[in-house]
Ligand binder design. Structure first.
Ligand code: ADP
Ligand code: MG
Length: 973
């Protein structure tokens, strides 16, 4: 019976996969009686036995049944839980590198102990990744009991532990921690100046809990370690704040006027009115009055049509011309118009116009010195103005698109980002490119210093380093394509231990947010009066608080939002008590189980989740077998009730919220309340939905509930999901280029860090650079009188601090090989003299230090160059070039330059380095200032004005790449 039910729900491929694992489950079950008989000591003795058998050549796969039977029995004894068969299936799947989709409350924490134990037997370490520190600690303690019983070591890494603790934590068989802890440790390890400061031991097997949250949601932003910018340009946020506020006010007056005009034209002159409304929308998309005016579908449709027409005819700038600035909500960009420039700087309208750097005519009559001075002045103006413009654009964004308590909160004088998906505060993370400073200026808190990237990696590329990864979550299926494509991870949907008994009601859609909220309050009160616990999921801190204020005093409730995330777990734990009302931002408290309190369940068998068109004869629900609808179906009388206050961009997040109810076969229900003013509906799906609404003739205050609407919303969500997937894929395609470079650089670095001596490397570099110099000055066919002996000697001295005492005749006469040998010998002699002076041991130390310092310094600059390249490349698309291909090509060139630059600089510094013990201290101080953060959401990227152009380099001038060669012989070839 169960099998056919599963088939109905999960499709045949999945079923085949489940069947494939059945024999293993059978084997484990058959071992159960044997293992029950074992004494504690015999059970404990299994671990060394397995390890021995591995040594003898057995594989993890062949040990699996016995190892799983061991864990099952140990779990029963130590945790008082006997893993169910479906949990064994989940465990096998994860061992095989598959994502196990198991509903909330199915006991995934316990499931993970099965593959963790088995894979830890190799001694290569298993990392279990959780969504927050709290869960890492909880799970490591909870599951640690089981593992420790079996003789494994278990550890946890979290914010605030010491370096020593971290090192020993990574040596454990099983290590728990968040993805950011693991990722940042990786980056820090690659900034370590001594081998014994590195903490990680390798990347063997990672089990990722709530895998969709980590590999999909978090993967939108890379992990970044940054430090203060050394040569930071001046920032103008403070000075610009007042003018920008004035600009905001002017724009808002203008928008009001546009709205008045539009209203005067309505209802007779719809088209003309919509032209005004489009302008208003481009000026202030979140204007309340505007939103109210166009909430009715038809106007919105006309506006969108006019906008599309303008985009097609490339006339959008004419629409925007009257505005002070225009906002494109879809691409999240802001453009300042001439009007806007004038308003910002009435005395000098040109103030915000970038100077033309190629004013060659004007410069033609000047003397060389004057021209140079003039050019430098121009460049200075240019960079100052472009910085100011950038600051203005960020301030406008901060005022128009970023709302306090939705996108960020202000806590103790700090602006903190609120995660758009989870609603949690992301402490320490900053928006990049000055946006964070702009928000700080807006909120009047201290503006913190701009920082520069020292190291970064995407979540995708961090996890790709593991020999094997797997994961578990309640919601992976909708993202299965992405898991396969990006991570080569399959998804297996595993049936619940007991059939699901949750009724998911159709969405109710209201015209306005106000009506929607009122309906939500009514529903909460109704459920509360029935004694049912209610969990309300919101998308922002603001709507949580709004609902809380709207609730009558007598209804006691807890709010779970980004501001109080420490208490999350405890509050969620009680969310299943009779009459409990919990308002939580999306997914807050994920990972904590909501157990139902006494009296919340009234009936033991009803309301099994079913699909309308499926055969009901083998349904476990006795009522449905007779195909009669129960009263329950219309109004669920028991279990936890979930209220969604808005649809999320991603269906997965909605499923996650629903999944909080009806765990482990409990009854439960869920309902989403929407309004046409919700962002998702407004931006992505309004036409179709309002079309349907009109068809059904909707009255004020009257909601609509229809499958068609639910489907239209789902389609809107699918479109957004696809777009977001594209964004992540895009990020990854670009990061792949970086990743290859990072792998090379980090491998070099690690070799330098761990090798006893760098002598071979140094010799290689010298053997490459010195002959290059000889060749450059003494190339074939050059007449002896044209050889620049002085230049040659200077170059040799510059690179190797080695004076050449030979006469010009000696050098000119020498055959090429002799010349090379002569130079190499001289260099060698100098090097050995230095070695003698410092002592061998110290010399080895200096070599390492210089290598690491030079590499880190140049790598950091390279990261900045790559950032600029990436920003600039977006614009190339217009020139019919494939931006990604261009990016790859230019990134490769940059990398070649970095490579040669690094070699030369390393050798130069090595020959001139002096012992400066204070350096070490400074270095360590600098390390203290580093900031761990996340990159900007690629979705929110914008186009910056192109940065200063590289000044043109003469063919005979030194190459700007720093190689010391002439430009024509180096990058200018
Ligand atoms: P999930 O992560 O899948 O949402 P949890 O790991 O938080 O679920 O577990 C949910 C609850 O189920 C926990 O209270 C746990 O003790 C319980 N549980 C899990 N597996 C079993 C089992 N085999 N027998 C009894 N209780 C179990
Ligand atoms: Mg969990």
């Amino acid at each position: 019976m169960i099998v056919s039910l599963i088939k109905k729900i999960f499709g045949t491929d999945n079923l085949r996969e489940l069947k494939r694992l059945q024999p293993l489950v059978k084997q484990i079950n058959e071992l159960e009686v044997d293992f029950e008989q074992k004494t504690d000591d015999e059970l404990k003795a299994m671990t060394p036995l397995f390890r021995e058998r591995l040594k003898q050549g057995e594989t993890l796969d062949s040990l699996l049944p016995e190892a799983f039977a061991t864990v099952r029995e140990t779990s029963r004894r130590t945790l008082d839980m006997r893993p169910f068969d479906v949990q064994l299936i989940g465990g096998i799947a994860m061992h095989q590198g598959i994502i196990a989709e198991m509903a909330t409350g199915e006991g995934k924490t316990l499931v993970s102990t099965l593959p963790a134990y088995l894979n830890a037997l190799t001694g290569k370490g298993v990392h279990i990744i959780t969504v927050n520190d709290y869960l890492a600690k909880r799970d490591s303690e909870w599951m640690g009991t089981l593992h420790r019983f079996l003789g494994l070591t278990v550890s946890v890494i979290h914010h605030g532990i010491s370096q020593e603790e971290r090192i020993s934590a990574y040596k454990a068989d099983i290590t728990y921690g968040t993805n950011t802890e693991f990722g940042f440790d990786f980056l820090r390890d690659n900034m370590a100046l001594q081998a014994d400061m590195q903490v990680q031991q390798g990347y063997n097997f990672a089990i990722i809990d709530e895998v969709d949250s980590i590999l999909v949601d978090e993967a939108r932003t890379p992990l970044i370690i940054s430090g203060p910018v050394e040569r930071t340009g001046k920032q103008y946020f403070q000075d610009l704040k007042t003018p920008v506020e004035y600009l905001m006010r002017s724009q808002s007056q203008l928008v009001s006027k546009l709205l008045n005009d539009a209203e005067a034209l309505l209802p007779d002159n719809e088209y003309e009115a919509c032209q005004h409304l489009l302008k208003a929308k481009r000026g202030a998309p979140k204007n309340k009055r505007l939103m109210k005016l166009i909430k009715d579908g038809p106007l919105k449709k006309i506006i969108d049509q006019i906008e599309m027409d303008n985009i097609r005819d490339k006339t959008l700038h004419e629409v925007d011309a009257e505005l002070f600035f225009s906002i494109d909500e879809r691409s999240n960009t802001i453009d300042l118009s001439d009007q806007g420039r004038l308003a910002l700087s009435p005395q000098d309208p040109d103030f915000f116009v970038l100077p033309d750097l190629s004013m060659s005519e004007e410069l033609a009559d000047l003397s060389d010195d004057e021209r140079l001075a003039k050019q430098q002045q121009l460049e200075k103006d240019f960079s100052e103005k472009s910085e100011k413009l950038q600051n203005v654009s960020q301030l406008l964004k901060a005022y128009s698109l970023f709302e306090k308590d939705i996108n960020y909160v202000v806590n103790e004088g700090k602006v903190q980002i609120v995660d758009e998906f989870t609603g949690r505060i992301l402490p320490g993370r900053r928006y990049s490119d000055g946006l964070h400073q702009a928000i700080e200026a807006k909120e009047g808190v201290r503006i913190e210093a701009e920082t520069q990237t020292l190291a970064s990696i995407t979540i995708q590329n961090y996890f790709r380093m593991y020999a094997k990864i797997s994961g578990m979550t309640g919601t992976a299926e909708t993202e299965a394509a992405e898991f396969i494509k990006i991570y080569k991870l399959k998804v297996l949907v595993i049936p619940t231990n007991r059939p699901v008994r949750r009724i998911d009601y159709t969405d109710v859609v209201y015209k306005t947010k106000k009506e929607k909220y009122k309906a939500i309050i009514d529903e909460i009160i109704r459920m509360n009066e029935m004694g049912r616990p209610v969990l309300v999921g919101t998308v922002s801190v603001e709507s949580s608080e709004l609902l809380s204020r709207m609730l009558p005093k007598r209804i006691k409730h807890s709010i779970l939002n980004a501001k109080r995330h420490q208490e999350e777990a405890t509050i969620v734990l009680n969310a299943g008590q009779p009459g409990a009302v919990t308002i939580a931002t999306n997914m807050a408290g994920r990972g904590t189980d909501i157990k139902l309190g006494e009296g919340v369940i009234h009936c033991e068998s009803c309301c099994y989740l079913c699909e309308a068109d499926k055969n009901c004869s083998d349904c476990p629900d006795p009522v449905k077998q007779g195909k009669k609808m129960t009263g329950c179906k219309k109004d669920m009388p028991c279990g936890l009730h979930i209220i969604g206050t808005e649809r999320h961009e991603s269906r997965r997040i909605d499923r996650q919220l629903r999944g909080r109810s009806a765990r482990q076969g409990d009854p439960g229900s869920s309902r989403f309340f929407l309004s046409l003013e919700d962002d998702l509906l407004r931006i992505f799906g309004a036409d179709r939905i309002s079309g349907i609404m009109n068809r059904f003739g909707m009255e004020e205050g009257e909601p609509i509930e229809h499958k068609l609407i639910t489907r239209a919303i789902e389609n809107a969500q699918k479109r957004v999901e696809n777009r977001n997937f594209e964004v992540r894929k895009h990020l990854l395609q670009y990061d792949d280029v970086m990743n290859k470079q990072r792998e090379i650089i980090y491998a070099l670095r690690n070799r330098a860090l761990h090798d006893a001596s760098l002598e071979d490397l140094i010799q290689q570099h010298i053997d490459e650079i010195a002959p290059g110099l000889c060749d450059e000055y003494f190339h074939e066919g050059i007449p002896p009188e044209e050889i620049d002996i002085k230049g040659f000697k200077e170059d040799v001295f510059k690179h190797f601090a080695t004076p050449l005492w030979n006469t010009p005749e000696e050098l000119i006469k020498a055959k090429p090989e002799e010349l090379e040998q002569l130079v190499l010998d001289a260099i060698d002699a100098v090097y050995h003299k230095r070695e003698k002076q410092f002592g061998t041991e110290m010399m080895r130390q200096i070599e390492k230090w210089v290598f690491l310092r030079v590499q880190d310094e140049l790598w950091k600059d390279h990261l900045l160059d790559m950032d600029h390249l990436r920003e600039g490349i977006g614009l190339r698309g217009y020139a019919q070039q494939d931006p990604l291909r261009e990016y790859q090509k230019e990134a490769y060139d940059l990398f070649l330059k970095l490579d040669s630059h690094m070699k030369i600089e390393f050798i130069e510094k090595l020959f001139t380095a002096q012992i400066m013990p204070r350096e070490e201290i400074r270095e360590q101080e600098q390390q203290k200032n580093i900031v761990l953060g996340r990159g900007k959401d690629p979705d929110q990227q914008e186009k910056k004005p192109t940065k200063r152009k590289q000044p043109k380099v003469g063919r005979n001038e030194p190459c700007p790449c720093g190689s010391g060669k002439k430009h024509k012989k180096c990058c200018g070839q």
